[in-house]
Design a protein around this ligand. Structure first.
Ligand code: ADP
Length: 604
């Protein structure tokens, strides 16, 4: 645009300059010509005047040269022109500038030749004597018989030239001033024409650089104004369209990122086009890094990548599970869906992969089926005993009273065991399925343990076991009393069961203060002087159905579920439990509970 403006200005200036130069030249020529014409006319008139007014003595006389020279000097003094008297044959007899005797014959001077031929000779010539341009005017003059020749006047054109020079200077200055004015005006005109176009161009460039809030600030009614309006309208519509697109994109993005399922989109060329946050988390990848790359970059998850490959090659949807080992071991359910162009039904656009971490579901399923298998196994053993002894008795083979009574006792014990087992299983499944409601209330521990020790003491006394409780009188804690009772009954009965006759079972409780922000807790220790638990079994005794030694447990009528129920109930109270034990010396179960339950941490 600036180029265009400069060019326009230049053309205008050249035109103005040229026309002014032409005008100047014409003026100078006219000026010079008219001036010279005027001079000529004057000189002709002066010569005519001389012819009639002057006295012309005989030219052949001895003092003729002196006379005419004298006259010519006089005449020059009044007319400011050089005066020369020349005879018909070209001989000079008087001149105001030089001595006639030393002058050449003038017959062939241009003005003389012309005057002889046409009656009037005019010429402009450079005078060597004066080093100036001179105007020569010669007329034939006849005065009776005395003089027959020419009078020639000549004036220097120096003044004319000076006038012309002055004219040039004035004109030059005028020209310059005019030129400057013209330059300024034409610049303004060009600018007025191009600057709105420049403005529009600038705005259009900004819009193409995605600055959609750029607007042209021109309010005119002409074509340029209309162009500006059209550009602004275009920017308006771009801006609204962009906003709509952005809104849609935001919506889509937030849907994608808040989904729990992972999404990976791969186009027809095998390039990953999209990865959502859940997929990033599951696969341990970063969307910015992997987007645009081949799906083969997922080779870290080899089985998953192979499954994707099959889908991409066959272009068939699928629904399968694969294991991954990074960032953590997991089972991923992968759904492959072929994507088609919406308008044209048969254009393949790639595949959409939906990922779901099913590790937890699968683990629970496995646990459930293991549990069912364990339960059936555990139920079968006492049931087989009941059935076997009942059959023997029914067969009538046992005659003596004592044996049949002992068989009946076994049947009774085993059915009792079955009853306990079923009760424990029901309890455990209730706790595990989180159907259990916690009923917190302040528990005064001294009172609470009074009832428990009363119940346990009879069992302990049977084995002559010394049951000692050490509970500070002022100690309270918040808890579900029924569940706390279940915990301690289990632990104390275990302690009594797994301790030989005459042993000792000890329970202590004490408050513990912690440094910093940590809440106060109550620590319980259930300690016995019993048979102890082997080191290798310690990590597993809280598992369901886990018994250290089937034989000794069976003898004691245990189900192997007691400690796993205890562990769950301690967890429900936000507490911890651990065990320390030494074979033949005894075991200690150490628990720690918060004194106060946080209301928002309550289970529903
Ligand atoms: P059980 O009903 O068989 O007692 P538990 O879950 O209560 O089942 O206990 C699991 C196993 O831990 C028991 O079989 C027993 O061998 C061992 N055990 C539990 N408490 C004690 C203890 N105080 N002393 C020694 N062994 C114990």
């Amino acid at each position: 645009m600036r180029q265009y403006r400069n060019r326009l200005t230049l053309i205008m200036l050249t035109l103005i300059g040229l026309s002014m130069l032409a005008a100047g030249l014409a003026m100078v020529t006219v000026f010079k010509q008219s001036h010279i014409q005027l001079l000529e006319d004057n000189m002709v008139r002066e010569i005519r005047l001389l012819q009639t007014m002057m006295e012309f003595p005989d030219t052949t006389g001895t003092d003729a040269v002196a006379y005419y020279t004298d006259r010519s000097l006089q005449l020059e003094a009044v007319s400011d022109a050089r005066v020369t008297f020349i005879l018909k044959d070209g001989k000079v007899i008087g001149d105001s500038e030089s001595d006639p005797l030393t002058m050449d014959n003038h017959a062939y001077r241009e003005e003389m030749v012309q005057a002889m031929k046409e009656g009037r000779g005019i010429t402009i010539r450079r005078s060597h004597t004066l080093q100036q341009d001179m105007l020569y005017v010669a007329l034939p003059v006849q005065a009776g018989v005395n003089f027959d020749g020419f009078i020639r006047l000549s004036v220097s054109l120096k003044e004319v030239d000076e006038g012309v020079k002055q004219g040039w200077i004035v004109m030059g200055i005028g020209l310059l001033v005019l030129f400057l004015i013209a330059a300024f005006v034409s610049y303004r005109v060009a600018k007025g024409l191009t600057s709105p176009l420049e403005k529009i161009t600038r705005v259009a460039r900004r819009i193409s650089r995605l600055e959609y809030d750029a607007r042209v600030n021109i309010h005119r009614k002409d074509e340029i104004g209309q162009l500006a309006q059209a550009i602004n309208g275009m920017a308006d519509s771009l801006q609204t369209q962009l906003r709509t697109i952005r809104d849609n994109e935001d919506l889509l993005q937030s849907v994608l990122n808040n989904m729990t399922g992972g999404i990976v989109m791969v186009n027809g060329a095998g390039h990953i086009m999209l990865v959502n946050r859940a997929a990033e988390r599951m696969l341990g990848i970063q969307a910015e890094v992997i987007t645009g790359k081949s799906y083969r970059e997922l080779k870290q998850h080899y089985e998953l990548m192979k499954l994707m490959e099959e889908g991409l090659e066959s272009r068939n949807s699928f629904h399968e599970e694969r294991n991954i080992y990074y960032p953590k071991e997991a089972i991923i359910l992968l759904d492959g869906v072929t994507m088609m162009q919406e308008e044209e039904q048969d254009t393949y656009r790639g595949m959409l992969f939906l990922l779901q971490d099913v590790s937890d579901i699968r683990r629970l399923e496995r646990m459930r089926s293991e549990f069912v298998a364990n339960v059936s196994h555990e139920l079968k053993t006492p049931l087989a005993a009941v059935k076997g002894f009942a059959e023997t008795l029914l067969g009538g083979g046992v005659k003596d009273e004592k044996t049949s009574r002992s068989f009946l006792q076994i049947i009774y014990d085993e059915s009792e065991r079955l009853n306990r087992l079923i009760g424990d299983i029901l309890e455990l499944s209730k706790i595990e399925s989180k159907r259990i409601q916690m009923e917190y209330s302040p528990v005064h521990l001294a009172t609470f343990f009074d009832t428990i020790s009363e119940m346990m003491r009879t069992v302990a006394e049977k084995k002559r076991i010394n049951l000692e409780l050490d509970i500070p009188e002022e100690l309270f804690m918040e808890g579900d009393e029924d569940k706390l009772r279940q915990i301690f009954m289990n632990l104390l009965s275990n302690a009594i069961i797994y301790t030989q006759e005459g042993g000792r079972v000890h329970l202590t409780a004490r408050e513990r203060h912690h440094a910093g922000d940590a809440d106060d807790t109550v620590e319980f220790i259930v300690q016995d002087s019993g048979i102890g638990i082997p080191k290798k079994d310690l990590p597993r005794i809280f598992e369901r159905f886990y018994r250290v030694d089937k034989a000794r447990s069976r003898g004691s009528g245990g189900t192997g579920l007691g400690l796993s129920i205890v562990k769950h109930l301690v967890d429900l109270h936000h507490g911890t439990i651990k065990v320390e034990s030494e074979l033949g010396i005894g075991s200690s179960f150490i628990m720690e509970f918060p004194i106060l339950q946080e209301t928002d941490a309550e289970e529903s």
